[in-house]
Every structure is written in C-alpha cells, then in structure tokens.
Design a protein. Structure first.
Lengths: 424, 424
C-alpha cells in the first residue's frame, strides 16, 4: 500500500489551500439548529464535485418519530436536509460509514469572542469559529480523505458512506434517520474532537429538566413566600452530590485521565418574571452523563431517586417535590472492545503516518456513535482532529495541520478497511 | 359632622352592589404593564359620572425623563394614560391627594391559581384576582369615598385630587409625572394593602441586576469550564448574608412585627442556552429594600461593597468580578412623623368608624409615597383595605367588606382634612 500512500501524501501536500478554504466556508455558515441548510449546501456541492452517489432528504418520517431512540423537541426539520454521499466500491470489501454532524451549538456570549463567532479567522495555524472543532474540522478531514483517494486514482472494494447529519447536538435524530433509511456498515468512524485519540467507548448522555416550585409573594414581604431560586440551589447541591457518588463507581482504566467520567452538567436555569416578586417556579435544565455500560433507564432512576430523597430531608420538597422530565436529547452510550478490528485498522494507520501509537481513551461525551452501534449494529470508533477542550466554548478553534493529519490517517484506514481494488 | 356621616353611611348601605361591580370590572381588566388602558377607561368613565375635573395624559415628556427620580426601562407609554380627577373645593380648606396605581404585576404560574388570574370571582366575601388587593380594592375605596360625599350633597372646602397612575410597580414614573404636572397637596393618602394599618414610614427599594461570568465548555467535559450558575449560588449566599447584616441594624419600633424590615429579594435568574453546555453568563435580578431614613446611594454602596468582598475571598471573582447595575425601578423611602396632623385625622376617623384605634407600622415595601413626599413635598400616609400577604401571590384576593370600611373612614377623613363647606 506504500505506492498508494505516496500518491495520497503528494495530493495532500498540493491541496492544503483548497482544504482550508473548504473548512473556512463551512465555519462561516453558522449552522446552529434550524439553520443547517447553507452549510449543507457546501457539503452537497463538494459531494457532487467528487461524484459521490448523493442522497438528500428532509428527516421527519413517521418511522423516525415512532422509534424508541428518537428524541427531539424540534417541531420542523424542513429545509435543512440530511446528506449522504456514497463512494461505491468495486465489491468484496468491508463497508465504512464516515459520519459527521453539521449542526453547531449556539455561540454563547458574543463578547467573550475575540472575533466574530463565525469568522473562520486563521492565526498561528488555528482556524477560529463556532463549529471549527465540533465538528466541521472532522467533516473536512472526511471529505479530504475521500478526495485524496479519488484524485490519486485509488479504487476501494468496500463502499464508503459519507454522512453529514443534522441534530447531533440535540439527540441524534439525523443519524437515527440514516440508520432507518438503511445505512449500516461493517464499521464507522466519527471524527468528533478527540485530540487525535481513539475512543472505542463513549459516554452516553441525556437531557433533563427539573421543575422546582416556590410560593410567590411581594419582594418587600419576601418572608410570606418561598423563593423557588433558593430552593433550586438545594437541588443543584443534591445533583453535585449525585455526580460525585456516580463517578466514584467508575473504575474503567480508559477513564483514568478524565477528571469526571460521567458529569452532570447544569446548563440552564430560568426563574422569575419580576425583580420585586418572590418567584414561584424555577426550571433547571442540564445534561446527565451515562457510563458506556449503563442503561439510560438506570441513570434516570438514580436522579429520580436523588430528588425523592430531597423530599425526605426537607419539608418543602416533601410537600412540593422537585420533578424531573427527560426531554429533548438522548445519546446512547457506546462500548466497543479495544481490540476490535476497526480499532486495529485505525491504530495501525495512525502509527504508519505518525510513527507512534495513538492514545486510547473513553469519550467524555455522547456522540451519534451510540445510535450507529446500538440501533444500526455498526461498530464505531470516534477519532478526530478537534480540540476537546474548546468545543462549545468561546474562541473555539482547530489546528489546521491536525485536519490534514487526520485526513491522511483516514485515507490509509479506508484502504486497509475497505480494501484496494486491483482492477484499476 | 355626625349628620353628614349618617348620610354617608346610608349611601354606603344602599350602594354595595355597584361598588363591588366596579371593583370586579377593574380586576377583570388585567392591567399588567403596557396594558393599563382598559382598566383606566373604567376609571375615566367613573370620574366622568362623578363630574370630576378630568386630566388624562400620556406620560413621557422630556422633563420626566430628565428628572433624577425618574427610572424606568419602559420604552413607550403611549396609549396607557395617567388619569387625575379633581373634586374642586369651595376654598379655604386643606387639599388632599388620593393616589392609587392601576398597574398590576404579572400573574405568575397560572397553574397555581384556583380560578383564572383575572376572574374577579367572589366567594365567602373575598374577591379574587391579580390586582384585587394591590391595589384596585384601594382605588375602589377612593372612588366610593368621593362618590359617597357627592351623592350625600356634602361639599368640601379643600380640593380632593384623585389619581389613577401607571408604573407604580416599575418605579413610579406615573406618580412622578403627576408631581411634575403640578399636582401637590397638603396631604396624600395611598390605599396600598396595609391590612387597614397606618404606615407613616415606607421602605424604599430599588431593582438590581447582577452579572456573573463563567467559562463555557462542553457539558461532557464540564471541568474544562466554569459554571456561571454555580458561581451565582455564591453571589446569592453573599446577598443573604448582606440582608441579615443590614436588618440587624434596624431598631425602629414601627418594624417590631416585621420579620425582615428591608429584605433583599432574588426575583429572577437566567443563565444558559443549551443543556449540554457549561453556561458562561448568569443574570440575577432582584429588589433591595431601603430603610426609611437611608439614602438610596448608601444602600447601593453596601451591595457593591459586598460583591467586591466576594472578590477578595474567591479567586474566580477576583479575576471576573460580579457586577451590579441599578436598573428600572426605584422607590424613594418615606418618613412621616407618627404625630403629623394627617396621621391624627386618619386615626381619629378610623376610631370613629371602627371604635378602636388603628395599628401603626412601617411599610414593608416601597410605594409611590416616596415620590409624593420627597419630590412633591406632600406628606403621605399609606392606609388601605388590601391583604399585604397575598399581594403579588397566586389567588390574590381582597375582603370586600374591608373596601367599604376603608371607604367610610376615608369619607370622614376627607371631611375632617378638607373641611365641610357651610354654603350648601
């Protein structure tokens, strides 16, 4: 495969600029939820240029809504399609799904950004912008890897199924729709921002909404009421205790370097309508991490139990229990064995290109991999060029060189996994 | 004055139903901020029927905006007028302002209400609905008191200036506009819900907004970020300590029966855009009580100092100080001597009608009285029929009998204060 790799490497060395330009254009189309279409249009254009078999559709069919793994609070998916492009193999090889999501989380407080959140600005080898690391950099690696093979005249035996899906950040309805449309494979790679580590296991997660009651009153006689915000502070403290307790149980060595393997994140709080009134309702929303080998239902029960216990120690909560709903997003955990052939393929490719063995860890966040593996029966490895720490943060960036490095490793892994056709 | 009082009492005994109907109609027009016009239309109709000299205007003149006591975040006052109706005296008597606000606070969580929040439903002598106690019941007492004198053919020497103002709940721009339009008097009564107690002193208050910074990150690696909600919990704890410290300094015996004379109310909290992200910004809004003899500026300084101290004990706040703004509403405190002639007049009238002396306390909340006294040089007593405890709460109600009892006391007080003309 050395000859092929030389061609591929040559192609990469000659195509840096167009690769960077592709990533920049993708970042500049800020594809927050409900606004994915313009970034998808760039992906579609690229797939057409590469001659992939294109499949684009607006998700939302009845089968999707009725599937037990479906969870979304989005009312309307129209105008923002899922995109799949298939590089058909000559036959006889293993198939591979290459999955990236096009949706990005909101930009947060604009004042925390040094440049506009969707600038695509490049400095010191870093390309900045919401979505650069999570995960348009990874999707760019996928497209460049495919292009490098096509441009080098290398034909694969197995099919490569490139996917650019919506809704990853909100529960994976986009990837679920690909599975229900029939897209399964012998393996899948998702280039989420792993800092070039291999993640065979992924933390699952789900969103929760906790409703805390108070009793309203005029702020000048606040002692006549019960402040739902103050009561919520007790709920948050209980969740902090629960997180501690749950993480003490995690002993998997893949989590050795991760401070909190399955965090409980308090992501939103909202209470009160009027500064002079005691608020009678507080809504807390967040994300609960689920261990790779844990059932979502079991994790749900632990939180429900935690809130029930609050009622036993606190008279207010006994009369007015804090209630949890599991709404919106759910990511199934993933749990691939570390010596699975797909792991070996990627590890060997990594070693060939980089000269060292890759780090293997467990993913600190859920990905669409849970759906591909649990619903689609497709073994998944998460491996990508982004910087984990800056995902969802202000001044999110990706190191441009890593995008190309990852793409080269993926090119080699595709050849190893799908097989190179002798016919050409 | 016994003969006049007999006529007045007779009128009240014959006019219960129309009085209740007036209050019910006022409550049913839910005059939350920006929607005061329909309730004002009922007031205007009543003033016309009584033959008062009507003055209606949309506030918002330059003089108002430029006044140091003006504070409002409302952009547009058009369509929701202030209303003043003057019952002109024959001359030679003291003048009296009767001030009520037409605006009501939002209804809160509708599910906490047994009936619709603006039902005006009556059961067991209580009339329910947002604004019934705060303070359409009081305004109804004012109108009934005026009507009882007119209907009984009693003419006063001094002018009675009835006012139905907007914006009391948001900082008093409505009452400030009446003062700037020239309405001042020898005394003023504001029938806010005092449970029929007399309040010569009123707590001042002002709204604050505190901005707390965090550092965003993906919720799955929440340890890479700093949660603005968790940091806000420390700010709220500091405010609780500040409240305790400030109230320990209050020794005025008029506050003897009030658990927290000058409370700090946390009225709103808002943080986060996404359950799976660590929020980087949290906004807390609330109301700070100000002692009758305290300057607003001094109270502001105490809170600013409290937040500064947080920075001395906490590394995060040292780098990212919690910042306070004083926005929207401010109510000046009021501080009338307990033996002021207006106090005596109302106390004596109370004793005549009820046979016992009234309770005298300090108001646990700010009223427009601070503006009338501080800006308008008009001595103010707050005295009204509503139930303090249910103001701003779900299932707010007023005891209908108290509305009439208060009205009778006010009728007598008006005769005593303004003097009864012999000419008729």
């Amino acid at each position: 495969m050395e000859q092929e790799m030389m061609k591929v490497k040559k192609w990469f060395s000659e195509n840096k600029n167009q690769g960077i330009r592709l990533l920049q254009k993708l970042v500049q189309e800020g594809s927050v939820r409900g606004n994915e279409s313009k970034a998808q249009a760039i992906i579609i254009e690229k797939c057409r240029e590469l001659g992939l078999e294109l499949d684009m559709w607006e998700i939302g069919e009845e089968k999707l809504y009725n599937h037990p793994a479906f969870c979304s609070d989005r009312k309307d998916f129209s105008g923002n399609p899922n995109v799949v492009g298939v590089l058909r193999g000559t036959g006889g090889g293993k198939s591979l799904i290459l999955n990236g999501h096009i949706d990005v989380v909101p930009e947060g407080d604009k004042e925390d950004w040094n440049n506009s959140p969707f600038s695509g600005y490049i400095e010191d080898g870093k390309l900045y912008g919401r979505g650069s690391t999570d995960m348009k950099g990874g999707s760019t690696s996928l497209l460049l890897a495919i292009e490098s093979l096509i441009a080098s005249g290398i034909q694969l035996k197995g099919d490569v199924i490139f996917q650019s899906v919506i809704e990853e950040e909100s529960g994976g309805a986009g990837t679920l729709a690909t599975v229900l449309r029939g897209y399964k494979a012998d393996g899948a790679i998702i280039p989420e921002p792993t800092n070039m580590k291999l993640f065979p296991k992924q933390q699952g997660s789900m969103w929760f909404r906790i409703t805390v009651k108070g009793k309203s009153a005029h702020g000048g006689t606040r002692y006549e009421g019960v402040n739902a915000i103050e009561k919520s502070m007790l709920v948050i403290q209980a969740l902090q205790e629960l997180e501690k307790m749950r993480n003490e149980k995690i002993t998997d060595p893949l989590y050795e370097h991760i401070p909190i393997p399955i965090p409980i994140n308090i992501g939103k709080i909202s209470s009160g309508e009027w500064p002079s009134s005691v608020p009678d309702l507080c809504i807390i929303e967040g994300r609960m991490g689920v261990a790779p080998n844990e059932a979502l239902k079991d994790a749900e029960k632990e939180m429900e139990n935690c809130l029930r216990l609050l009622g036993e120690s606190n008279a207010w909560f006994k009369e007015h229990p804090a209630k949890v709903e599991w709404f919106g997003a759910k990511w199934l955990p993933g749990d691939l064995e570390s010596d699975h052939p797909l792991m070996t393929t990627i590890s060997e490719s990594y070693q060939t290109i980089k000269g060292v063995t890759p780090k293997i860890e467990a993913s600190p966040w859920g990905t669409d991999g849970g759906i591909l593996s649990n619903v689609g029966d497709t073994p998944v490895v998460v491996f990508g060029p982004g910087v984990t720490e800056v995902a969802h943060d202000a001044n999110e960036y990706i190191e441009v060189d890593k995008v190309f490095e990852c793409a080269e490793i993926l090119s080699l892994a595709m050849m190893k996994w799908c097989g190179v056709s002798e016919t050409k």
